[in-house]
Design a protein around this ligand. Structure first.
Ligand code: FNR
Length: 383
């Protein structure tokens, strides 16, 4: 992969290899996409302090998230339909994470099932839970994640109602994807992708089909999905989910300090500062802009993670300096997956690891756990 030097190279390659409707599904935000764009561009408003003549031997990127040892402070974010970027996508991405020593988070809305990913890996992965109206099904998802040995539950709190993405509507994307002549044409221009998909049986929302009551095949899934996200989700739900799960619980989708204060008292072990990658409330703050006020409010009460807009190891470092203990990447790993499958995900992780390591050294730091506001130029925005 000599020409692949940064995440943007994998994005370009994925755009060439993945059918348009699925590439757009990943590469889109809600409405005007202003929050999606701000997630990325706001990182440029933070400047780092360059320090020199510090001994840079024996650098450390290892840390812990929710008490688990990881090789760098980066995890893969849960993303629905990852298996449509590449055949067996969730299994391949989980394998790449296992090799890299970082957590992989499987989405409720995945193509490969919890059991598929467990069979393809030997280390525990994390599972992301959407709270559906059918609480019996939610319980069964928690039980299946436990049985598969998942080591943390990521509970998504910012999707009681689905945000609207113009690109998906224009592409007539549905769950499950319903094939129109337009889609068939898009797929005909991507023969490599089609061949790989044809070679696997795992492209049928196996987490849900065959498990949720009444959802016996793909044709019954669409109506079920549209109807099942629960608008009544409340802070009280955390208690029964935590009790049933019994392991580390991470609350995803906190953007406001007042919500962070409630989250810190909820019994969760960590919260993720996140706006769902700009896919829910367009016009909301970027994640990195929201981070400082949340750190100020609850940084001494709960572990704080962040996702949204991380496109380089420099971005990772900036989030850590501003108080996140770890970050998640969503689209970058999807680009890697769409571009090259498992080697593409590994390449994304390698790029981010190298960039993080070099940036840390150029800031005059040797240990990722010692980064802080002292590494940020005071002339930066948001601090
Ligand atoms: C997501 N995200 C998401 N979150 C979640 O809790 N469950 C899910 O199923 C999904 N699905 C999903 C699909 C796609 C295509 C994307 C891009 C994102 C949100 C995701 O976990 C994360 O918050 C963002 O992706 C982080 O932003 P970046 O890294 O993509 O900029």
């Amino acid at each position: 992969m000599p020409t692949i030097v940064e995440i943007a190279d994998l994005k370009k390659l994925a755009q060439k290899r993945v059918p348009k409707m699925f590439f757009d599904y990943a590469d889109s935000g809600s409405w005007t996409e202003s929050t999606y764009r701000a997630n990325e561009s706001d990182f440029q408003k933070i400047m780092l302090r360059q320090r020199v003549a510090v001994d840079m031997t024996n650098r450390n990127l290892k840390t812990q998230l929710v008490g688990q040892n990881i090789s760098m402070p980066v995890a893969i974010a849960p993303t629905g339909l990852a298996g449509m970027q590449h055949a067996d996508g969730e299994m391949l991405a989980a394998q790449a994470c296992e090799e890299a020593g970082i957590p992989y988070t499987l989405s409720t809305m995945s193509i490969c099932s919890i059991e598929d990913v467990a069979a393809a890996t030997s280390q525990p992965f994390w599972f992301q839970l959407y709270v559906m109206k059918d609480r019996g099904f939610v319980n069964s998802l928690i039980d299946r994640a436990k049985a598969a040995g998942c080591s943390a539950l990521v509970l998504t709190f910012d999707l009681q109602i689905l945000g609207q993405r113009h690109k998906d509507i224009r592409n007539q994307l549905s769950a499950p994807p319903r094939l129109t002549p337009k889609h068939l044409l898009q797929m005909a221009t991507r023969p490599g992708w089609c061949l790989k998909m044809a070679g696997t049986k795992r492209h049928d929302f196996r987490n849900i089909v065959g498990h949720a009551p009444g959802v016996t095949d793909l044709s019954s899934l669409g109506a079920w999905t549209a109807e099942q996200f629960d608008p009544k989700l409340s802070w009280e739900d955390i208690e029964w989910i935590k009790e049933r799960w019994g392991g580390p619980l991470i609350l995803k989708g906190i953007l406001d300090p007042d919500d962070a204060a409630i989250a810190a008292q909820s019994g969760a072990d960590a919260l993720i500062v996140s706006n769902h990658g700009g896919r829910q409330l367009d016009g909301a703050r970027s994640s990195i802009q929201a981070l400082p006020s949340i750190v100020d409010k609850v940084g001494d009460q709960i572990e704080i993670h962040l996702d949204g807009g991380i496109r380089s190891g420099q971005d990772v470092l900036k989030a850590l300096c501003m108080g996140a203990k770890g970050v998640y990447i969503g689209r970058p790993y999807l680009y890697g997956l769409g571009a090259l499958g498992k080697p593409g995900v590994s390449k994304v992780l390698e790029i981010i690891r190298n960039e993080l390591d070099i940036t840390m050294a150029l800031c005059g730091e040797r240990d990722v756990t010692q980064l802080g506001l002292h590494n940020i130029d005071p002339a930066s925005e948001f601090i």
